[in-house]
Design a protein around this ligand. Structure first.
Ligand code: ATP
Ligand code: MG
Length: 653
């Protein structure tokens, strides 16, 4: 199934310039990788030194994946403070260096440059405000903020006093917010008057009020003054954060935390079901995110690094805030969206701030590709030297567009596979070491031991396709599901004994490169042939008129399952029936007759999570004719998309 044309694009060799410039070349990768898995205590004992420890660790790794006793500990007798590692320790050298560039939603509003000294000052003041409100180490604080610097201040302020933050994406409804507040029992919410996205205001404070009423748990709401819009106010409960911070002391000694003390809780994005409260801890998490940020993105002093994720997702935690700030980097925070005021916005921001490293998601790449090249060509993008992708398999066609049109063949693409649960990137190219193959996340990062198993749990050796598992622990992996350790071991360690199960399907090729084929739950089984969704979708996206596609299985009398595809066309293309036939023939030709879609439905929009991932679970229900029972849809970005799809469903009986 893997022989079709879209996977036959030529590999991209590492250029000589990159080999010289990057931290890691291929020989170094191979040697260090070997050490990292054969002698993890030495490897990680050394890497742990990238942080400042209060009490140095003497034990490095202590973990087991055994079911049901799985337990993960790293650097367990060491103590440190995460916020001190992201701020205080940079002050000697970098006090006046920009830590955060803030680019607002509206291009007319001036950007802000926050230095490490200002960051430190704000974090300490906010930490003192939290203390004054009675927040103590171990308490949970919910953060419900737009993409503004205060989000980073709030995270680091919690870390400073040992409180555990739980960030809820600002696009979530009061109900979703209330559910997450309830789950972790947090008495404090930090929010802002409003948020601003794509020119529209988001009523964050009003939503927080509604959530507080619903949960009955919330004692204090700290409010960032952001847009200045009118908001409801409850005396005694609500506090303006700017006023409280102005009065607070800028001196707040960091709390001494154990490496294994929780740093944050984060709920997964909910592509497959109800979100889980993933718990990440202090020491191992920061060692790993700092190391991957440096090597995967090849971050050097002077780079301007931009990750377009929201801090409400793990990518924002690890690669906007913690990894970059631990490294003393300059990290850009963008309040807006890719297509406002128009589809040039990302590239205009790149030019405005001389961004050299750019990290985004396939959903954005496909949407911008669909809008056409003119929006790109009007910008320079000369400052760019590295591009990254995360969140879903990147279709080879979208990869090629990113590489040729955005990066002008100058910028390697790091396709980083990882999960909320993994804390940091696990499978990825290293730009100075790895030959790139469009659509493949390529090879494991240091210390990561991926493997493929069949449905019985037998190991697949050599090239093949199966379920992706990881054989041993790495420092930034989740430690538990908040308040439900049994759910943790059952979800990740029960399917294949002694292994961490990722839930993803994967193919390994003859070069030992890994290709994520989609979620295991989404695999389509046509007459006994198991097909990853990514394969069919990538074939469709390779057609010049298609910008995005989603494939799901539906019950079929003869084949067991048939293939049902939802297709979004490029801007300006018409939804005509002859095109459906053309697309069916196209897939047949690209992959083979077995993969030819039974039904194609044109879809101007696909149901996505708020982080932009296609929710095939819902598309499957629609194709199966079961739309009375769509399951948990609380994480859907735009529920109206669903009713439109139901109306236009193809295989009505
Ligand atoms: P839930 O676990 O609640 O169903 P989710 O899996 O979407 O939601 P995340 O942790 O945000 O939550 O996403 C991780 C998943 O995203 C991975 O398991 C994988 O399916 C997909 N993914 C992330 N990066 C890549 C990538 N580079 N290539 C392919 N797939 C990726
Ligand atoms: Mg998941």
């Amino acid at each position: 199934m893997s022989e079709h044309k879209v996977y036959k694009l030529d590999p991209v060799e590492v250029s000589d310039a990159w080999k010289e410039h990057a931290y890691i070349d291929n020989d170094k990768y191979l040697a260090l990788y070997k050490e990292s898995v054969e002698d993890p205590d030495t490897f990680w004992g050394r890497e742990g030194q990238r942080l400042d420890w209060i009490k140095p660790y003497t034990r490095v790794k202590n973990s087991t994946f055994a079911y049901p006793d799985a337990s993960i500990k790293w650097f367990e007798d060491g103590t440190l403070n995460v916020s001190a590692n992201c701020t205080d320790r940079h002050l000697a050298k970098r006090a006046d260096q920009t830590a955060i560039i803030w680019e607002p939603d509206d291009p007319e509003t001036p950007a802000q440059h926050i230095t490490y000294r200002e960051l430190h000052d704000n974090v300490c003041r906010l930490a003192n405000v939290l203390k004054a409100q009675g927040v103590k180490r171990g308490d949970r604080v919910t953060i419900y903020l737009p993409m503004i610097p205060a989000a980073a201040y709030a995270m680091l302020a919690c870390a400073r006093i040992g409180a555990i933050h739980s960030i809820v994406f600002g696009g979530f409804s009061p109900d979703s917010l209330a559910g997450r507040v309830e789950d972790c029992k947090s008495a404090v919410i930090i929010t802002s008057d409003e948020g601003r996205r794509g020119g529209r205001s988001v009523p964050l404070k009003a939503n927080a009020d509604a959530a507080a009423d619903k949960s009955g748990h919330v004692e204090k709401i700290l409010v960032v003054r952001h847009t200045g819009g009118d908001i409801p106010w409850t005396e005694g409960r609500d506090i303006w954060l700017d006023e409280a911070m102005a009065e607070a002391s800028p001196d707040c000694p960091p709390e001494e935390m154990n490496a294994e003390d929780p740093l944050f809780i984060l709920y997964t994005s909910g592509s497959t079901g109800a979100p889980k409260g993933v718990v990440h801890c202090s020491g191992g998490y920061l060692v790993y995110t700092s190391m991957t940020h440096q090597y995967v993105f090849d971050y050097h002093d002077g780079d301007v690094y931009w990750c377009t994720a929201d801090v409400g997702w793990v990518t924002g935690h690890s690669y906007i805030v913690y990894g970059p700030l631990a490294n003393g980097a300059t990290t850009l925070m963008f309040e807006g969206v890719p297509n406002y005021p128009d589809a040039s916005r990302f590239w205009q921001v790149v030019d405005k701030h001389n961004v050299s490293i750019f990290y985004t998601a396939p959903t954005a790449i496909r949407a911008l590709m669909g809008a056409g090249d003119d929006y790109v060509k009007s910008t320079s993008r000369k400052s760019l030297r590295l591009l990254g992708s995360v969140g879903e398999p990147i279709n080879p066609e979208a990869w090629e567009w990113y590489y040729h049109v955005i990066g002008e063949m100058r910028c390697p693409i790091v396709d980083t596979w990882w999960q909320t649960e993994t804390g940091g990137v696990l499978i990825t190219p290293l730009p100075g070491a790895t030959k790139l193959k469009p659509g493949s996340a390529t090879r494991p990062f240091f210390g990561v031991q991926p493997a493929l198993v069949d449905s019985e749990g037998s190991m697949i050796e050599g090239p093949g396709q199966g379920n992706l598992v990881i054989l041993d622990s790495w420092p930034s992996m989740m430690r538990t599901v908040y308040g439900d350790h049994k759910r943790f071991v059952d979800t990740y360690f029960s399917a294949y004994k002694g292994m961490y199960f990722t839930g993803d399907g994967c193919r390994r090729d003859e070069d030992d490169y890994y290709w994520i084929t989609g979620r295991v739950d989404d695999v389509i089984n046509v007459s006994g042939h198991r097909m990853g969704t990514a394969e069919v979708e990538s074939a469709l996206v390779a057609h010049p008129k298609v910008s995005e596609a989603a494939a799901v299985g539906f019950p079929h009398d003869i084949k067991g399952q048939g293939i049902y595809c939802y297709v979004t066309l490029m801007a300006g293309e018409h939804e005509i029936d002859t095109l459906k036939k053309e697309l069916r023939d196209w897939v047949r030709n690209e992959i083979g007759p077995i993969a030819a879609p039974d039904h194609i439905q044109f879809a101007p929009g696909l149901p996505k999570t708020r982080s932009g991932k296609i929710m095939r679970r819902i598309l499957r229900k629609i194709a199966e004719d079961e739309y009375g029972n769509l399951g948990d849809t609380s994480t859907l970005a735009d529920p109206t998309v669903v009713s439109h799809l139901i109306e236009n469903r193809q295989n009505r009986r």
